[in-house]
Design a protein around this ligand. Structure first.
Ligand code: TRP
Length: 335
């Protein structure tokens, strides 16, 4: 871990099932960039509990998500990978930042507004303060770059704002992070298979809407066969023909080819073939990932060791920032 490299940090909530959208939109890019950056990849379990979780499932899912990051190619010798709750400083800095964040700015968060509509029965303070915890994740490690999807742009803006607010109120302490929005070309935006006007979501209640990284080949083929397209016949990339555009995007991302090459490839071919071939390249990508995943999960010593080392390194780095913060705001240290 070279000090001169810039720090790149990102995380995914352990809810639902990691899907091909997460892979192509995020994890594949983390893997691609991890040699050039000092990478920090977190399973953000403290974020996940802002929505009620089943304890036994959450426990399993955290390990499973970490194993899937690794199986996708996150290299623990290059990057730090850990579970958020193993590093107490996340919650500690979040509390401190809560005293800097304004009620007004948090009430304006689009995701918060969407979430309180969805979770009427459990509009808890954590849901409200969620973006502050995310700022804590980012600022603790003096991150330079935060690869996120479009939907997290507002949260990242808040992280920048809180960093600046603290730096101005006390003295320069936090690096002000840059968003690294995954665009179509770098990180594909993958859409739901049954309702391609929506983004593919790992927490969708209908599993036919997503391809989970752990779906077996038969399931993958079945899901693609059922994917919604349209009543036209020609395979062309047209933003407005969401279903076909989505399949072409999947094909081009999975084969690392351009959209126009993908279009070319499918010229004169029907939708059935398109679906079959997208399924084939998906299976080709996922089978080795699943194989590695099974190894990691069947004998957990290696996985546990990686997560233990990751947490240790993260705790060390996070503590440095937190101590500075505590000192600057006037908390008595040294005990
Ligand atoms: N809020 C992010 C999401 O829902 C997940 C997240 C939590 C995150 N902490 C982060 C992403 C820090 C990037 C950096 O997608």
């Amino acid at each position: 871990m070279n000090d001169k490299k810039k720090t790149m940090l990102s995380g995914i909530q352990p809810s639902g099932h990691l899907c091909i959208g997460n892979y192509l939109g995020a994890i594949k890019n983390w893997v691609r960039l991890q040699n050039d950056y000092d990478g920090i990849f977190i399973v953000v379990d403290l974020h996940a509990i802002t929505v009620r979780q089943k304890p036994a499932e959450l426990r399993k899912r955290c390990l499973s998500f970490a194993a899937q990051y690794l199986a996708c190619g996150i290299d623990p010798n290059e990057s730090i990978i850990f579970i958020q709750s193993h590093v107490p400083a996340h919650a500690e800095l979040a509390w401190t930042l809560n005293t800097l964040a304004h009620m007004g700015e948090l009430s304006r968060m689009t995701q918060y507004k969407d979430k309180i509509k969805k979770h009427q029965a459990n509009i808890n303070v954590g849901l409200f303060a969620y973006p502050v915890l995310m700022a804590s994740d980012i600022l603790l490690y003096q991150s330079d770059l935060v690869p996120v999807g479009e939907d997290q742009k507002q949260h990242l803006e808040l992280s920048r704002e809180l960093a600046e607010r603290f730096n101005n109120a006390y003295s320069p302490t936090f690096k002000v992070p840059e968003a690294f929005i995954m665009k179509q070309s770098a990180g594909a935006r993958i859409r739901s298979l049954q309702d391609p006007t929506k983004k593919m979501s790992k927490s969708d209640e209908n599993p036919n809407n997503y391809i989970a990284l752990l779906d077996d080949p038969d399931t993958i083929l079945k899901k693609f066969k059922r994917a919604v397209t349209d009543s036209e016949t020609e395979i062309k990339y047209d933003e407005n023909r969401h279903g076909v555009a989505n399949l072409l995007t999947l094909y081009s991302s999975l084969t690392d080819s351009s959209l126009s090459d993908a279009e070319q490839h499918f010229q004169g071919i029907g939708y059935a073939q398109l679906k079959k071939q997208v399924a084939d390249v998906t299976i080709e990508t996922l089978v080795p990932i699943q194989k590695r995943y099974d190894e990691l999960m069947s004998e957990k010593t290696e996985l546990e060791k990686i997560l233990k080392n990751g947490a240790e390194e993260a705790r060390y780095r996070a503590r440095k920032t937190l101590s500075k913060v505590y000192r600057k705001i006037g908390l008595v240290g040294g005990f």
